[in-house]
Structure formats: C-alpha cells, structure tokens
Design a protein around this ligand. Structure first.
Ligand code: NDP
Length: 310
C-alpha cells in the first residue's frame, strides 16, 4: 500500500473521528519529547509514552502520562504516534522489529535528518500501511506549548488536516506540501542560517572578550546589526532570484577588503580565525572568477559550482 492510496481510503467521517481524539502516543523522551508530553498533558490529553531508556518516563508518569511497557503497546494505544528522536535511524531501530504493527498508524516524525532520509522513511512506512507526517520544529523545548512558535509540516494533506488541531497543542503549524521531504528541507535551510550565524556571533564575542569587552557589552551592537538583516534580505532576495549581480554598493572587492580586516583583527586578538578565513576564501574565489565589480551576492555562484563538484 502506498500513502496516497491509503489516504484515499480515509473518508471524511473517519478523518474527523481521528482528528477529534484527545489522546496521543509519544516515542522519544529527550528534552524535546518531554516538553511535548507536558504540553499535551497540560491540555488534558491522554498521553502514552515509550522511551528506549525507560527511566526517562518516570517523572512524566507522576504528571499523568501512561508508560507503555513495549513499543507494541505504545503503537496499539493510539493511531497518532509522535516521534521525537535524535534522527531517522532511531526510528528504524525502534520500529524494525514491530513493523507489522504499523498498519493504519499516523507517524508524525519530529526528528531532524536530511530530506532524502525523510522521503525514504515515508516510503518505508507507507509500505507497512502507515502514513508519515514530517515535522521540523522551529522552537526550543521551553517554547513547546506556545502557538507563536512554528513547526513546519509536510506529507499527505488530508492526514495533516485531520491532525492539525492536535499538533497545534505543541506549536503553530506551517504546512509546506505533500512531498514528505519538503518540511525537512525548509527546516535544514533555516538551521544552515542559524548555526552559521550563531558561530559567527561566538567568534565575534571571543574577539571582544580577548579585548576586555564582555558579551553583555557587545549585545546592543550585535543586536543592531542583526536588526538590519531582514531589510537587507528583502532588498537582495529578488536580485538573487533573478541573478542581478551588478554591484552598486557592496562590491565583492570591497567585501574582500572588509573580511580581510576581520581576519586580521581576529589574529591580533589571538583568536582562532578559521571561520572568517573560510569566508575570506569564498570572496577570493569570487574575485578569481572576475566578479570583483559585482555585488557580493554573486558569491552564490561559488556555492552552486561547489555543489556540482563530486
Ligand atoms: P535527544 O537527542 O536528547 O533525544 C533523543 C531521543 O532519541 C531520546 O529519547 C533517545 O533515547 C532517542 N534515541 C536516540 N537514538 C536512539 C536509538 N537508536 N534507538 C532508540 N531511541 C533512540 O534530542 P532532543 O529531545 O533534544 O531532540 C529530539 C529531536 O528534536 C532531534 O531530532 C532534534 O534535532 C529536534 N529538535 C530539538 C531541539 C532542541 O532544542 N532540543 C530544537 C528543535 C528540534 P534515550 O533516551 O534512550 O537515549
């Protein structure tokens, strides 16, 4: 059975029925899974939990969760099963021995992985009669239960619609489409920006600290530069999409001179300069391609070329 055929078999009545159930199974009790269990309990849901390390369920049981004694029992308790695991390999590790019990289940996988692994998992589940909704949680555990946080979802739209209300106990939802990999792709490209930006922040703080400036003293200045970013992105994104690289302001040659100063300031401070040096290297490659007079956004072509290399 594949997921599209399966979803066609669910008529509107049974979708409503599933959507209205106020019980759910959660597998995976790391910081995120625990926060999700608490959010459902706070909203009066009956929550069945299972975790490889069963002791992690103790505290949740005292709050009202039901600890399943086996994965089979956890699956049997509810049609809606939420996974919060380190990655998708963990899902196979848990489900492989019980794959006969997956038929008819809606598996909402909120674990992180690559879009391709997510698509493979959706196929694997569909071959066992289950549906997968992929989720990318754009929130920390402390933000779970807050509708202002967002989780990106993709997968069969009727299955998502049937469970949206329940999933919105955790966070607000943003449905990206039926391709199961899509939510994960959006999630990973946001993480791409997040981690690179956070590490550049840490690098700048180390240069500040090496000069006797604390992270707190630096805070208003770093906040100011980040505050300008949305406007810059709004300006540049249509130009990036149309490949309009003529350099009016931020010419690539000027950018190289600027990042060189950053690298030297870092070295003067005795701080590891590998991060700005990597940025400097990309600028140099752009110059080598004859793009010195173009806007720095033409550096996107460097990334595209590198991606095409074996
Ligand atoms: P953890 O890595 O702390 O918890 C992972 C869970 O996965 C644990 O329950 C662990 O079980 C289980 N697990 C890992 N490997 C296996 C395996 N081979 N077999 C069975 N169970 C396994 O992660 P978090 O709770 O922090 O996060 C969960 C997911 O949410 C991750 O994919 C993460 O990227 C994502 N996320 C996390 C955020 C955060 O701030 N924490 C923010 C946004 C997304 P055991 O307890 O037995 O080790």
């Amino acid at each position: 059975m594949n997921s599209s055929n399966s979803s066609e078999k669910i008529n509107n009545d049974s979708i409503d029925d599933i959507g209205n159930r106020s019980s759910v199974t959660i597998i995976g009790l790391g910081p995120m899974g625990k926060a999700m269990v608490s959010a459902f309990l706070n909203r009066g849901y009956e929550v069945t939990v299972w975790n490889r390390t069963s002791s992690k369920a103790i505290e949740l049981v005292t709050k009202g969760a039901i600890r399943a004694s086996s994965v089979n029992e956890a699956l049997a308790s509810n049609e809606l099963v939420i996974l919060s695991l380190t990655d998708y390999d963990a899902m196979y590790a848990i489900f492989e021995s019980v794959s006969d019990e997956l038929s008819g289940k809606v598996i909402v996988n909120l674990s992180s992985d690559t879009p391709e692994k997510v698509r493979e998992a959706a196929k694997w589940l569909s071959e066992r009669g289950a549906w997968q909704l992929t989720g990318g949680v754009l929130a920390s555990p402390s933000e779970i239960g807050n509708r202002e946080s967002i989780t990106l979802y993709s997968g069969p739209s009727d299955i998502f619609d049937a469970h949206r209300k329940t999933l919105e106990v955790l966070t607000g939802t943003d449905y990206k489409g039926k391709d199961p990999g899509l939510a994960m792709l959006y999630y990973q490209i946001q993480m791409d920006v997040f981690w690179t930006a956070m590490l550049s922040y840490l690098h700048a703080v180390s240069v500040a600290q090496a000069n006797g400036i604390t992270a707190k003293q630096f805070l208003p200045y770093v906040s100011e530069i980040l505050y300008t970013m949305p406007k810059l992105l709004e300006f540049y994104s249509p130009r990036i999409d149309t490949g309009t690289y003529h350099g009016d302001v931020e010419k690539l040659a000027m950018g190289l001179a600027s990042i060189e100063h950053v690298v030297h300031t870092s070295k003067e401070a005795g701080v590891d300069s590998s991060l700005p040096a990597a940025v400097q290297d990309v600028f140099k490659r752009g110059i080598a391609l004859g793009r010195a007079d173009e806007s720095f956004i033409s550096l996107i072509e460097i990334f595209k070329q590198s991606g095409a290399q074996p």
